[in-house]
Write a protein that binds this ligand. Sequence first.
Ligand SMILES: C[S@@+](CC[C@H](N)C(=O)[O-])C[C@H]1O[C@@H](n2cnc3c(N)ncnc32)[C@H](O)[C@@H]1O
Length: 191
Amino acid sequence: MSTVPWIPSPKTPIEYLKYGLGVNSSDVVLDLGCGDGRVLLEFAKAGAHTICIEINRILCNVAQLAFRVHGMENKIDVICKDFFSVDLANIKPKPTIVYAYLYPSTLEALSNKLENELDTCTIIATLDFPIRGWSPVFVKHIIDENDHSRTVWIYVNGFSNPKARQLTESGMVGLADLPNYCTCRRKLFLL
Ligand SMILES: C[S@@+](CC[C@H](N)C(=O)[O-])C[C@H]1O[C@@H](n2cnc3c(N)ncnc32)[C@H](O)[C@@H]1O
C-alpha cells in the first residue's frame, strides 16, 4: 500500500464538522495521520481533547509546537507512530470522534481495525474518500475556501459497518433502533 503524503485539510469542512457534530469539551478527537495538527487545533478550540497519530517525526513536532504556540499543549497527545501499529482500543482517553483524510486503499485497510478497536458509537469522519463497504449516516458536499468541491463522509461505528449485525443478532438492539442507539449520546446539527 502506498504511503499517504501530507496534504492538509482545508478549513471549511473542518468548520462544518466542528459545528455539525457539536464538538465540545466532552469530546476526544483522534486524527489518523494528523499532519501539522491543524485539524486537531480547530477541534481543540471547540474544547475537545485531541490525539494525533502521525508517522512523520517532523510533523509530530510541528503539531506539538502549533498547540504550544496557542497555549493548548495540554489539549493534545501526540503518538508518533504508524497508525497500523497502534492498538486504538488502548488509547486513553477513548476517542469519541475519529477523523481521517487518507487514500481510499488506506481507509479500506484500516476499516477492520477501526471497527474492532473503536467503541460502538464512535463517530468516524473522512474527507473526500469514503470507507469502502461501510454505510455513511451522512454525506455532505462542500465548496471549500479555495473553491474546490469536497465531500465529508460521516460514519458511526456499530451502525455503519458489519458490527451492526453483531449488535442486532445478539439481541442488544433492534435494527430500527440502531440510529438512535448510536447517536443518543450527542445531538447532531448536520444540515
Ligand atoms: C492527507 S494528510 C492529512 C493530514 C491531516 N490529517 C489533515 O487533514 O490536515 C495524511 C497524513 O497521514 C500521515 N500518514 C500516512 N501514513 C501514515 C501511517 N501509516 N501512520 C501514521 N500517519 C500516517 C502522513 O504523514 C500525513 O501527514
